[in-house]
Design a protein around this ligand. Structure first.
Ligand code: HEM
Ligand code: CA
Length: 682
């Protein structure tokens, strides 16, 4: 009797959720943000941006547990359950919020919403913030039912064994500081911009403890200083460390890792397929990391009093201070404060905060220019300046950044080139929602471009202040001191120094020393990337080769996009080619021609950036967004010009993503770079 089983399942789901909430309450003391090692979560897993953040998570827990019970008791398969009309109707009564309930205004809106809704008028939730990430391939988790209660954790062969630890893989594959090199051509700003626009497209929240605090997954037992994994918390998937052989960590068995908060995604059946992950950002490149991804956040960032369409600033033209600062690393220097922007991760490293300030200032520059020329309302000025700023973000990303990463062939293949295409770019059949594989693996390729430093170059371009990256993590003082006086110097350093060489090797600053705290605890970023892929149930590398139309290797010798040394390394780590994690397999491929990623990530990035362009009704080149005269003016806003306008640079090369040289990327006076004619925007 299905009705009876369903009501048992429903009770079971409620009970499981209750227990999970109770555990979080019981462990509240372990989870205080001030506790050692919890810094990472305190900032990276920002307290829910929306009040509903935690409710969505709880709803998903309840749904997944209900489904688990149904699967176990009804002896039906998931597809049979999903096709069962009786269960379907019981399900939608029990969980009514399963479908997109947004209704859009009847007349076509002129401006983007803050949360991305109604970009696609037929599918108003496509690309919106606080919705599930999309899947290119079905999930592959470690639990028997495949619903995601355990991360992918076992090999695929006849007799599965545990996959190698993410830290072990990282040490064996990504670590060789003696060989780690700089990119000969690309400037550090390439890395920085990648991080900045990543935060425009995706922010995956992790589960949180009671009161929104971070969950501690590594704790030293009584009578020991060696931290070990907490085993009885479902939110944890700590990374195992063998401290007897680890090249760096000699006093812990455990690197903290909280699982991404579960959510569920549904089609017309309403019954989920399994655990999914949330995106708190809007998928579109729409400056949500600057403007906020909800209407409330956006409003709280605006200065509506001056009637000029401005964003709020604090002295020095910096973002305003965050009301609830992240205290765990905020040192007590006078004038220190955390920056409030559209995204919670702004203070992670100085290079990121630097780009945030740049674009915030650009918005205010545009707003002031428009205010001088028109008698528009604050609202209209804000929206028009925002629209122009977003156009600049899209243009810099597609015209300047992506060609250096993907090379000319993929730019063509995925129709990513700007200024050449027709006006019919928008295709309402394309769903722009960010793919899980993109967020958790493909676009993290940029982590290999990080370097060990976050330096400043003085006004005369002749003296560099050296800051080791591990001293700057989560330390806004590097950005805000003396009203932001170092911003210009940091920007100069970013465009004149080299980024790391993309590929297999990572710098010590993030491989051993990520978020180093005063107790000496730190994390490993590429290991986290691998673990996060498993947490999200991302299928192995070889399966993505398949969707990309590349050869699907059946043995290590089939890894034709790998150099033989990398092939041998992978074979020494993984027993079977089918087990290789997506991040590990794709990061070690040889570059596509003219690019900085291999064919697998090239394809996954190509698919995503194509969807973000052709699935965006407000794409800056589309008809009805800007007219031809306006596009001609916007085209002048190269990253170099934007930096000139907002930082004191004097002169810099025309292509900021490439190291200056005197042959074809000469340092040029800012005044020699054409400025926009704002009159055409009246
Ligand atoms: C110094 C620079 C950077 C630092 C310290 C940093 C650090 C981090 C950390 C700690 C995470 C969260 C990891 C997790 O818990 O799963 C993360 C996520 C991510 N990073 Fe970076 N990162 C940097 C630069 C970059 C760059 C250059 C790119 C791309 C070009 C990038 C792309 C991403 C992406 C796509 C995510 C996933 C975001 C999400 O789903 O919420 N990062 N990064
Ligand atoms: Ca966005």
């Amino acid at each position: 009797n299905i009705t009876a089983i369903f009501s048992e399942a429903r009770e079971f789901g409620k009970q499981q959720l209750k227990e999970q909430i109770q555990t979080r309450l019981d462990r509240a003391d372990d989870d205080k943000d001030e506790t050692e090692g919890s810094c990472r979560q305190a900032v990276y897993a920002m307290k829910p941006q929306t009040p509903s953040g935690q409710e969505d998570e709880y709803d998903a827990v309840e749904q997944l547990e209900t489904l688990r019970y149904l699967l176990e008791r009804s002896e039906k398969s998931l597809s049979a359950i999903r096709a069962d009309s009786e269960i379907n109707s019981l399900w939608s009564q029990a969980f009514p919020s399963c479908l997109c309930s947004v209704t859009c205004p009847s007349s076509e809106t002129q401006y983007r919403t803050a949360d991305g809704t109604c970009n696609n008028l037929a599918n108003p939730c496509w690309g919106k913030s606080s919705s599930p990430q999309a899947r290119l391939l079905p999930s592959k988790y470690g639990d028997d039912l495949g619903l995601g209660s355990a991360p992918r954790n076992a090999t695929s062969g006849q007799t599965p064994v545990e996959l190698p630890s993410a830290r072990r893989i990282s040490s064996a594959l990504f670590r060789d500081f003696s060989k780690k090199d700089e990119d000969t051509k690309l400037s550090f700003e390439v890395m920085s911009w990648g991080q900045f626009i990543d935060h425009d497209m995706v922010f995956t929240p992790v589960s949180k403890g009671a009161g929104g605090n971070s969950i501690a997954c590594c704790v030293a037992p009584v009578n020991s200083t060696i931290r070990a994994a907490v085993t009885d918390r479902v939110e944890c998937a700590a990374i195992a460390v063998d401290f007897t052989t680890d090249p760096h960590f000699n006093n812990t068995e455990c690197l903290d890792f909280v699982r991404s908060a579960p959510t569920t995604s549904t089609d017309s059946s309403c019954i989920p397929l399994g655990r999914e992950q949330m995106n708190l950002a809007t998928s579109f490149i729409d400056g949500s990391m600057v403007y906020g991804a909800t209407a409330a956040r956006q409003l709280s960032l605006r200065d509506t009093e001056k009637n000029k369409g401005l964003m709020l600033v604090s002295p020095g033209n910096l973002p305003p201070p965050l009301e609830t600062p992240v205290s765990c690393r905020l040192t007590s220097e006078e004038g220190n404060f955390c920056l409030k922007t559209g995204d919670g991760r702004t203070q992670v490293v100085p290079n990121l905060a630097n780009d945030h300030v740049l674009i915030l200032r650009l918005h205010n520059l545009f707003a002031n220019q428009l205010a001088q020329r028109t008698s528009w309302t604050d609202e209209k000025l804000f929206q028009e300046a925002r629209k122009m700023t977003i156009a600049v973000l899209q243009q810099i990303t597609y015209a300047e950044y992506l060609p250096l990463i993907l090379g000319p062939n993929l730019m063509n293949e995925y129709k990513l080139k700007v200024w050449e295409s027709s006006h019919n770019i928008y295709n309402s059949a394309i769903n722009p929602t960010v793919f899980n594989n993109f967020a958790v693996a493909a676009f993290r390729f940029g982590h290999s471009q990080i370097t060990d430093f976050q330096n400043n170059l003085n006004n005369y371009y002749n003296h560099t202040t050296v800051n080791k990256i591990e001293d700057t993590f989560l330390r806004p003082i590097f950005t805000v001191r003396n009203k932001g006086e170092d911003l210009d110097k940091h920007a100069r350093w970013k465009v004149t120094s080299h980024s790391g060489e993309a590929g297999r090797l990572f710098p010590k600053g993030v491989l051993d020393l990520l978020f180093l705290d005063s107790l000496g605890h730190s994390l490993d970023l590429p290991a986290i990337n691998i673990q996060r892929g498993r947490d999200h149930g991302i299928p192995p590398y070889v399966e993505f080769r398949g969707v990309c139309g590349l050869n699907v290797p059946a043995s290590f010798s089939d890894l034709t996009n790998h150099a033989s040394a990398n092939r041998a390394l992978l074979a020494s780590i993984y027993g079977d080619v089918a087990d290789i994690d997506l991040f590990a397999g794709a990061m070690t491929e040889e570059y596509v021609p003219g690019g900085k990623v291999g064919p697998t990530f090239g394809c996954l990035l190509g698919i995503q950036f194509q969807a973000l362009k052709h699935g965006d009704r407000f794409w800056f080149e589309s008809s009805n967004v800007f007219n031809t005269d306006q596009i001609i003016e916007l085209k002048k806003m190269t990253l170099s010009k934007v930096m000139c306008l907002n930082y004191n640079m004097c002169n810099l090369q025309l292509r900021a993503f490439e190291i200056p040289n005197f042959i074809n990327n000469r340092p040029t006076a800012c005044s020699n770079m054409p400025d926009m004619n704002y009159d055409v925007f009246k």
